[in-house]
Design a protein around this ligand. Structure first.
Ligand code: ARG
Length: 266
């Protein structure tokens, strides 16, 4: 015959087991969850496809930061517009894609501390009459849709101007310049310089216009309220301080980074 006391003991043992179980599965779930990172790998030298692999400055930096943070991740090339949708819809945890931190985006997303300073450049064919941002007026100008390059051109040509041709990615925008579909492309300076360097026969030139194009900073992007931001920020800070960032920077740009100006933005 089972006594009342025994039943009580059994019940409490059972409850203890259940609670214990629940607790431990939760723990493994948070520590072992692979973080999904999304990108638009058509933006050399930050992220691009090479022999079926995503490579670039951002890719190396991401690896260093995630290693420092002790986080497992998977990087997926899903494209630019889908990347924003994925972060907003929280189907991805983080986006790394040369993404400029600005107030407009901050309304919808969270950003890491800045990791790269950028400005815009104008790409034109050699011998073009376009010599400054002002000269873009009345011309057909290509941009990657939804980028700060688009915003920069809109400031000069007007927001609804049909002469602004928006492309799904920067590679196709530059292809259209080669084919004569647009007379100029506005994109981030490092990307413009990389294109000119890698394609000496394309007869494309790139120039800046500091009067019209401001400096901006890239950050890793997260869903609003993401808990990942703090971990990533701490790791990114370390990677910048301990020289790993400098190594990666030198590998991709061949020059020393200006760490001080970067840290001033933190
Ligand atoms: N920095 C610019 C922006 O945030 C362009 C970034 C484009 N990045 C890319 N991987 N296509 O709007």
């Amino acid at each position: 015959m089972i006594k009342k006391g025994m039943i009580a003991t059994l019940v409490s043992i059972l409850m203890f087991a259940l609670v214990g179980c629940g607790g431990s599965t939760e723990k493994t779930a948070t520590t072992e969850k692979k973080i999904t990172v999304v990108t638009d790998a058509a933006f050399a030298p930050f992220e691009y496809m090479d022999k079926g692999e995503i490579v670039g400055f951002d890719v190396d930096l991401l690896k260093a930061v995630m290693e420092e943070a002790g986080l497992e991740y998977e990087l997926k090339n899903i494209g630019w517009d889908p990347l924003f949708a994925a972060i907003q819809g929280k189907t991805a945890d983080m986006a790394v894609s040369g993404i400029t931190i600005n107030d407009d985006r901050k309304k919808t997303y969270d950003f890491s501390i800045p990791y790269f300073e950028s400005t815009h450049m104008i790409l034109v064919k050699e011998g073009s009459s376009i010599k400054s941002a002002k000269d873009l007026q009345g011309k057909v100008v290509g941009v990657q849709n939804g980028t700060t390059g688009q915003t920069a051109v809109e400031k000069i040509l007007g927001k609804e101007n049909p002469n602004i041709k928006k492309f799904e990615n920067t590679v196709v925008a530059i292809m259209d310049l080669l084919n004569g579909g647009v007379e100029a492309v506005v994109t981030d300076n490092a990307v413009a310089n990389e294109y000119v360097k890698n394609n000496p026969d394309a007869k494309i030139v790139a120039f800046e216009d500091p009067e019209h194009f401001e400096s901006e900073f890239y950050g890793f992007m997260f869903p609003k309220g993401s808990e990942l931001k703090q971990k990533v920020d701490e790791a990114l800070k370390k990677v910048i301080e301990n020289g790993t960032y400098t190594e990666i920077y030198k590998k991709w740009f061949g020059t020393e980074p200006n760490i001080e100006s970067l840290q001033q933005q933190q």
